[in-house]
Design a protein around this ligand. Structure first.
Ligand SMILES: Nc1ncnc2c1ncn2[C@@H]1O[C@H](COP(=O)(O)OP(=O)(O)OP(=O)(O)O)[C@@H](O)[C@H]1O
Ligand SMILES: [Mg+2]
Length: 339
């Protein structure tokens, strides 16, 4: 049986190739004193609330392995959850990774898969998987540009006729906005908030129409006491704007190497947005204003990569993703490794 996994910086998603159902949980592990692992939703609830005896780790950061043994534990966990017991020893594995990972980072992913028990590990480009999951005609002679707005990685890929015309990724994403909010409140307001509060604040600001300020709870660093703060929405919008500028730069760089006919296709068809960040209405509007190109948010944008991985074998019998070719100068995908 073939296991497909999208190990995201905030969420891991996994399923069995050819099926439609998949699991999706926060990519977080808590290890208690005995070393026992608590994986996913329960571990995420502990972030910022854990005593020293409980170690919390984020296995993946910026789309790459951050904690090797934790990544192995996650893959073992998804194999156990998704595969029937008797088949668990023989599984093969496909993982989606951003195009910007170095060869060393790619090898670490393959090694983690093999250590978790996979007989064979194939890495595929997450931009291509996302395009397939979004239902784009990636095999047709038409250019499409897909932009994946993740938590740790922002990736743009231009695809046409089963080929990657260009694909680039940056270690910037929704989580960078959370960190910037934490740092700004600390510096300008002497107020400390946790990662979960920053993420909620970011989303609340996006949903709040015309609201001037939003309340957040945390620690007043001047008094050392718990307190609440009214945060101006404009402060958070400023962070969204910085992120928007980064995305526009990435799009411009990706288009620079694109033949004019394909640019014309992209102008006509629009840019397809996937990933959790595509759910921010404010960001999508900003991107449209800045680029003057239609932005199309894919259905269920957060899950396009895993849907593409699941769909791959189902739609085509012989997997498209692993055969996708790239003309980039940096190391080629897929890396496939047998035990
Ligand atoms: N409605 C929303 N408004 C704003 N941001 C959102 C919304 N929904 C999700 N996000 C953000 O999207 C990000 C998660 O996206 P996604 O699940 O695609 O990331 P990931 O796959 O785990 O990470 P990556 O692919 O970057 O390694 C988080 O930063 C989250 O805060
Ligand atoms: Mg992702």
């Amino acid at each position: 049986m073939h296991l497909v996994v999208d190990l995201g910086s905030s969420t891991f998603r996994a399923g069995v190739s050819g099926r439609e159902d998949f699991i999706s949980e926060p990519c977080v592990i808590a290890y208690d004193v005995s070393g026992e692992a608590i994986i996913g939703t329960e571990a995420a609830k502990m972030i910022g609330r854990n005593p020293d005896l409980v170690k919390i780790t984020t296995p993946v950061q910026w789309g790459a392995v951050n904690d090797f043994s934790a990544v192995v534990d996650i893959i073992r966990h998804v194999a156990k959850t998704c595969l029937p017991g008797r088949l668990r020893r023989k599984f093969t594995l496909t993982m989606a990774i951003p195009s910007g990972l170095t060869q060393v980072e790619r090898k670490a992913m393959v090694e983690a898969g093999k250590t978790a028990g996979a007989k064979e590990v194939t890495l595929v480009n997450s931009g291509v998987a996302a395009a397939l999951g979004a239902g784009l005609p990636i095999q047709d002679p038409v250019g499409c540009l897909v932009v994946n707005l993740g938590a740790g990685v922002t990736e743009a890929a231009i695809l046409s006729m089963r080929g990657i015309v260009d694909s680039r990724s940056l270690n910037v994403g929704g989580r960078s906005i959370d960190h910037a909010i934490i740092e700004t409140l600390k510096k300008d307001y002497s107020f400390l908030i946790g990662q979960l509060s920053a993420e909620q604040l970011k989303r609340r600001c996006d949903a709040a129409d015309g609201t001037e300020t939003l309340e957040v709870k945390g620690r007043n660093l001047s008094t050392g006491l718990p307190d609440s703060l009214q945060v101006p929405c404009a402060l958070i919008q400023g962070q969204w704007e910085n992120y928007c500028n980064t995305i526009v730069d990435l799009i411009v760089q990706t288009l620079a190497s694109c033949p004019p006919e394909l640019v014309g296709d992209i102008m006509d068809r629009g840019i397809v947005l996937v990933g959790g960040g595509a759910q921010s209405k404010g960001l999508v509007n900003l991107l449209m204003e800045r680029t003057d190109v239609p932005m199309i948010v894919a259905d269920d944008p957060e899950n396009c990569v895993i849907r593409g991985l699941l769909k791959d074998a189902k739609d085509t019998r012989s997997a498209v993703l692993a055969n996708f070719f790239s003309n980039l100068s940096h190391p080629q995908l897929p890396i496939s490794s047998k035990k």
